[in-house]
Design a protein around this ligand. Structure first.
Ligand SMILES: [Fe+2]
Length: 203
């Protein structure tokens, strides 16, 4: 069972790394999960190991309370905890393609806006559809920025760092973004929309 506090561990995936083909090749999934995502976990554990107060906090709590930690560790906490939070949202909102059309109409209304935002985002970052009390909104995040605690819930997130697609799609990020819609875990997306609590307030 994955621990949500120090020492952080990789989340278990509900699929095998080769099951996203042909949309994301196994080599990319393997590097993404075992090297990039794992790298943020290893780095965050190394930081938190030296900060006893931080050892009972989740990655989200570390981000929210970052100012209570020494100044020289704040940037690294934000980067690595943000990397964990965003990767876990992304890795759990994709699923092997199964040919079924099971789309959430509310989310699909924002598909064009979401895709355009992901295609034009400059540099490394993320694009998400975020659920607020009365509406869904498309929001982009640079580097490893995360959704602030403003009672929104990330319901669908795409990683548009080059490590997420470059080995397969080269500089054609647009194709990767289009193909992303073939591997969405709609069950998870619907569950997030229906959840009562926002991302930051859930335990
Ligand atoms: Fe990534």
């Amino acid at each position: 069972m994955k621990k949500n506090i120090y020492p952080f561990e990789k989340m278990e995936l509900g699929y095998n790394l080769n099951e996203m083909t042909p949309y994301i090749e196994k080599e990319i999934m393997d590097l993404h999960y075992n090297k990039h995502y794992n790298g943020y976990i290893v780095a965050l554990n190394a930081i938190v190991e030296k900060l006893s107060k931080a050892q009972s906090m989740t990655a989200t709590e570390l981000i929210e309370n970052v100012e209570s930690f020494p100044k020289n560790s704040q940037k690294d906490i934000l980067f690595n905890a943000g990397g964990i939070v965003n990767h876990e949202l992304f890795l759990s909102n994709i699923a092997p393609p199964n040919g079924k059309v099971s789309e959430n109409a509310e989310v699909m209304k924002l598909r064009d806006e979401f895709s355009a935002c992901a295609k034009k985002l400059q540099g490394s970052g993320w694009v998400a559809i975020v659920s607020y009390a009365t509406e869904l909104r498309v929001i982009s995040f640079a580097n490893h920025e995360t959704l602030p605690c403003d009672c929104g819930k990330v319901v669908l997130m795409i990683d548009v760092w080059e490590h997420a697609y470059y080995l397969q799609y080269k500089n054609d990020r647009a194709k990767f973004v289009d193909e992303f819609f073939s591997i969405i875990n709609w069950e998870e997306v619907n569950k997030r929309i229906d959840a009562k609590n926002c991302n930051c307030c859930k335990s």
